[in-house]
Design a binder for this molecule. Structure first.
Ligand code: UCC
Ligand code: FAD
Length: 644
């Protein structure tokens, strides 16, 4: 045998990453998911996509799954990680005058354009699928996450802003309260936020956090003053954007989508309290600017914003997260003065669902890579024997555990996206229908969404970090590397990017405290609990093809938790908020797994369900089968079949 060297000896065969639309059994399960009516507003069963939508959209989503793992996409990802955003001239020109032009890389911009052209946000608004628009949008997003190098972050805020503006434009009372100028500004912005034309489309920022605090924004120092004389809004020159009658001054400590064309932000007004504002980022419309031949620099001038510096971060390297000085930024108030938290909470709902989808999307990609690696990597099996990782009972047990947890988190996430879709569409396509026109069950949809959007963000994002770490470990040393040469293998990048998900848009504990407050809320709390009651009871009552293991008892568990929530003072529950949320998450996950397995008696789905209740509900563990039997069960969970 010749000595090995740099170009001789053993070289590991490269794994082949497959299209996750076909390769990921949990994804397929969610795509074709057909659960019976758990909570049936307007008699809809819980299907993440109806059979009709799944069949109509399947071809497109399948090719999208292929597109997002193309060489071109990964070249852009590598570029966006390499050519990080920077401030040209460190924020000052040669003579000390503030300049601060943000430069982003070509890869980042190309990924943004790709995402916009593929309708990553627009799908939630312009597809004719009613309530199923949302699950469809988020299932597509799930495939995109591992390839998008964080452009999903601006799109999440874009989605939130679109949802907020749609509410104001379509709700009869809210829209009647808009002035003609506001209506035009909101309508124009809404069209851009939901556009599929990258030249025309806008993403949005969301500025809440200040140095005083991100979780608690009550000490916000940014101030908005009504000064319509500087509005530049009502008789603007061609190409100028109507900038708004409010002058906003202050400092924002984190702005992630600094290259967006607009933002939604919180600021304090003289009346006291926080209000929500929409503000264009630039003074001129870049499209119109070109047409009228305005000088480029002036045409791109920021609307009273100075970028103080870019944040130096652990992950999300391609994302231009900045600190911003607001100096007479002009903006438009959205909704009633002093109701800023209520208004911006529409955005929080969307961005929290996006965060959960980003988390499971990252794990889905990590598992896809780990599955591919297990098919090509040989390891020692005692003595001289070697075997592929896919034949290792231990490695497959490890991947099966990750895969089962992933499936559970997927069900919670896509159920939440379904509830979001129902809240927007199935209630007779009424964005905010009159309460007295709703059936008792329809009335529970909003309170359920209030719970599910925070629960999904908390319960899904946090464990996803650990799951991705395990995927990284499944590749050994290669998993820890920054694999720019084979970007498709780059779990470490996805891991770093996933680590932010339990922090932004509300840390895990803050979401847990909010959830407890929502369940104890004087007006909505009882409805939230009633909605959860309905889901758990109906699921338990489902006579499907999965048996109910003795000792599982989700109805009793939920009843006990509900009694505790109702019978304990809010302040006394806070110390236990995380336990409360996790207990609730486990109960909901178990019933979703149960009905999922029960719809068709799929043995893998059943195995995932039974393992979960054995782990978490004290159900007596079944006797172990032979090593071969157990390996086959694990292979079923990991690969959805017996492995290749
Ligand atoms: O981090 C950010 C962006 C990063 C990039 C994101 C990309 C997205 C994902 C991409 C994936 C790749 S932006 C910053 C996000 N910041 C936060 O999430 C802040 C966390 N803090 C909270 O969530 C707090 O709970 C606050 C700030 C929302 C609320 O604090 P307050 O001031 O104590 O207010 P209250 O009393 O809790 O809430 C006031 C009212 C209440 O209703 P009423 O007045 O009827 O009692 C609440 O029930 O607002 C209602 N409310 C909500 N309603 C509060 N939160 C919500 C909610 N989430 N939904 C509906
Ligand atoms: P703090 O609020 O100071 O929290 C510190 C700790 O205290 C946390 O562990 C938290 O869980 C805990 N804590 C806080 N309050 C409570 C409580 N009541 N009970 C129990 N524990 C509590 N913000 C924006 O507005 N726009 C953006 O675009 C944006 N982009 C970001 C991008 C990145 C990469 C990062 C890391 C952050 C970004 N943020 C953005 C800020 C983010 O939303 C905040 O960092 C987050 O909300 C937490 O706020 P904080 O940093 O002030 O931490």
């Amino acid at each position: 045998m010749e000595p090995s060297g740099a170009d001789k000896g053993f070289f590991q065969k490269a794994p082949v990453l497959r299209n996750q639309f076909h390769d990921d059994a949990s994804f397929q399960r969610c795509f074709k998911c057909k659960l019976p009516p758990l909570l049936s507003p307007s008699s809809l069963p819980i299907v993440f996509l109806s059979a009709e939508v799944a069949s109509k959209a399947g071809g497109e989503v399948s090719s999208f799954g292929q597109d997002v793992i193309s060489d071109q996409i990964f070249t852009w990802v590598t570029d966006s990680e390499h050519n990080k955003p920077y401030l040209k001239g460190s924020g000052r020109d040669a003579f000390g005058k503030w300049k601060g032009e943000l430069i982003t890389g070509e890869g980042w911009r190309s990924l943004q354009d790709f995402g916009l052209s593929k309708g990553m946000v627009a799908t939630g608004y312009d597809t004719p699928y009613g309530a199923f628009c949302r699950p469809l949008q988020f299932l597509r997003t799930h495939l995109w996450v591992g390839s998008c190098a964080n452009v999903g972050c601006p799109s999440a805020m874009q989605d939130g802003a679109a949802c907020l503006l749609r509410r104001h434009l379509s709700h009869p009372e809210l829209s009647a309260a808009l002035s003609a100028a506001e209506k035009k500004v909101f309508t124009d912005a809404y069209k851009r936020l939901t556009s599929r034309d990258p030249k025309h489309a806008w993403t949005s920022g969301q500025w809440m956090t200040e140095r005083t605090g991100g979780s608690d924004v009550s000490l916000t120092e940014t101030v908005a003053t009504y000064q319509p004389e500087g509005a530049n809004g009502f008789a603007s020159k061609q190409g100028q954007i109507p900038l708004g009658p409010w002058s906003i001054n202050g400092f924002k400590w984190f702005s992630s989508a600094t290259d967006s064309e607009m933002t939604v932000l919180l600021a304090r007004t003289a009346a006291g309290g926080l209000s929500t504002f929409l503000a264009p980022m630039r003074k001129h419309d870049p499209e119109a600017t070109t047409l009228t031949g305005e000088p480029k620099d002036d045409g791109r001038a920021l609307n009273g914003v100075r970028i103080q510096r870019l944040k130096n971060k652990f992950g999300t390297q391609s994302l231009p997260t900045a600190e911003l000085v607001l100096d007479n930024m002009r903006g438009w108030m959205v909704g009633r003065e002093g109701r800023g938290i209520h208004e911006i909470s529409t955005i929080l709902t969307l961005t929290r669902v996006h965060s959960a989808v980003a988390a499971v999307g990252g794990v889905g990609r990590g598992l896809g890579i780990a599955r591919a690696y297990a098919l090509v990597r040989d390891v020692g099996a005692g003595g001289r024997k070697r075997m592929r990782l896919v034949d290792s009972p231990l490695h497959m047990r490890t991947l099966a555990k990750i895969s089962a947890e992933y499936r559970r988190l997927m069900l919670i996430t896509f159920y939440t996206s379904y509830v979001l879709g129902v809240s927007e569409h199935s209630l007779g396509a009424r964005p905010s229908p009159a309460l007295d026109a709703l059936t008792p069950q329809e009335k529970l949809v909003e309170p359920l969404l209030r719970i599910m959007s925070q629960l999904a963000k908390a319960y899904v994002c946090k464990p996803s970090v650990a799951l991705l770490f395990s995927c990284m470990e499944a590749l050994g040393g290669v998993g820890y590397l920054v694999n720019e040469e084979q970007e498709y293998l780059n779990i470490s990048r996805i891991y770093r990017d996933t680590c932010v998900l339990p922090i932004w848009e509300g840390t895990t504990d803050v979401l847990c405290t909010d959830l407890v407050r929502a369940m104890k809320h004087a007006r909505g709390g009882a409805d939230s609990l009633a909605a959860l009651d309905e889901v758990v009871r109906k699921a338990w009552g489902f006579e499907g093809r999965a048996g109910r293991p003795a000792g599982w008892e989700p109805v009793e568990k939920w009843a006990a938790l509900k009694r505790k929530i109702e019978g304990t003072e809010q302040a006394d529950l806070m110390g236990e908020a995380r336990e409360v949320v996790w207990q609730l998450g486990d109960i909901l996950a178990s019933v979703l797994l149960y009905v999922d397995a029960g719809t068709d008696g799929n043995p893998v789905a059943k195995e995932v369900f039974v393992r979960f209740v054995e782990d978490k509900f004290g159900v007596e563990r079944r006797a172990r089968g032979s090593t071969e039997d157990e390996l086959n069960k694990d292979l079923g969970i990991v690969y959805g079949h017996g492995g290749d």
